[in-house]
Design a binder for this molecule. Structure first.
Ligand code: NAP
Length: 299
């Protein structure tokens, strides 16, 4: 059984990331069903893809050899796993693509193992664009044998697929990734607010900086939208705030604090408080512009 490739997959969690991943698994002949807390979303994807209708959840999960979960946060994953332990057959593998803490990943692996079910923590980077194109970067923790069995699933949704080590190491890699993402966003948002106040041609500035030592993905893909005040693309800042709290907890477990992480949490919490939680992380420029605002009586 352990050499058998996983080919009968259910996607559990049909949000912004789960839906396109389900479509890509379907394209590759690997999807047998979908499940979502709000049932309407599952019905609509099921009919869009012409999936078989099972009599009930029990029948659907018993027919599966794998489940790809993609839900919001730690508590949500734990709730989903509580249900899956009683539904999946022994020998199945759960692959979790949500971003949760390494500790949660290890707990989930232990709970599933007690029922003979395997687990891979497989958080992703590349956003909704990457999920749609099937070009996600996937960082995976867990048993190598399970990782090998899941290779077709990973190939259907990602283009950079890396086994990082034992369970929890995928989520540890993602935590490191999110600190870097937040740091780059801080640098780009701060410097573009500076450029605006130097009265530079911003389009030209982004082009010339992008071609030099300061060039980076965030500047190339979010620079032009943020200077036009367009923040509806990409990665919701309330999700980055959730991820940074995971990073802060992991750092606390190491008895340390990183100023960048604490500062970013403060900034994104402020943006959520002001009602911008659903905007892209580049909306941070709203706060940075305030650094250059002068009181009326300065004029
Ligand atoms: P989303 O659009 O908000 O979707 C969240 C999904 O989780 C929905 O299907 C929701 O079900 C389900 N869910 C939430 N709580 C649940 C619970 N207690 N029980 C069962 N299902 C529950 O979020 P997303 O953007 O797809 O993100 C999903 C995960 O991927 C997050 O961990 C996020 O950090 C990570 N991620 C996101 C991106 C991105 O660019 N969006 C990139 C990389 C990683 P309902 O439909 O019923 O609400």
């Amino acid at each position: 059984m352990s050499d058998n490739k996983l080919t009968q997959t259910i996607v559990y969690g049909l949000g912004a990331m789960g839906r396109p991943m389900a479509r890509n698994l379907h394209k590759n002949g690997l999807l047998i069903g979908v499940k979502n807390r709000t049932e309407g979303k599952a019905k609509s994807i099921s009919s869009e893809l012409g999936l078989k209708i099972f009599d009930n959840d029990q029948a659907m999960f018993q027919a599966a050899d794998s489940v790809l979960t993609c839900v919001s946060a730690d508590r949500d994953l734990l709730d989903v796993i509580d249900r899956l332990v009683n539904l999946l057959p022994a020998g199945a593998v759960v692959i979790d693509s949500s971003t949760v803490s390494p500790k949660t990943a290890r707990k989930v692996a232990k709970d599933l193992k007690a029922k003979g079910i395997g687990f891979l923590d497989a958080p992703v980077s590349g956003g909704v664009e990457g999920a749609k194109k099937g070009t996600l970067s996937i960082m995976i923790g867990g048993e190598r044998s399970d990782y090998k069995r899941a290779s077709d699933i990973f190939a259907a949704i990602g283009s950079q697929i890396t086994h990082m080590g034992k369970v929890g190491q995928g989520q540890a890699t993602k935590a490191v990734n999110q600190v870097m993402v937040a740091g780059v966003a801080q640098a780009v948002c701060t410097t573009l607010a500076f450029a605006e106040n130097c009265n530079l041609d911003l389009k030209k500035t982004i082009e010339v900086l992008g071609a030099g030592a300061a060039g980076n993905w965030f500047l190339d893909n979010r620079g032009q939208t943020m200077i036009k005040d367009e923040f509806n693309v990409g990665f919701k800042l309330q999700l980055l705030l959730k991820d940074l709290k995971i990073c802060q907890e992991a750092l606390q477990d190491m008895d340390t604090q990183v100023p960048l992480v604490n500062d970013c949490i403060k900034d994104y919490a402020e943006l959520v408080k002001r009602g911008y939680g659903d905007e892209d992380i580049s909306a941070l420029i709203r706060l940075r512009r305030e650094l250059f605002e002068k009181e009326d009586n300065d004029a």
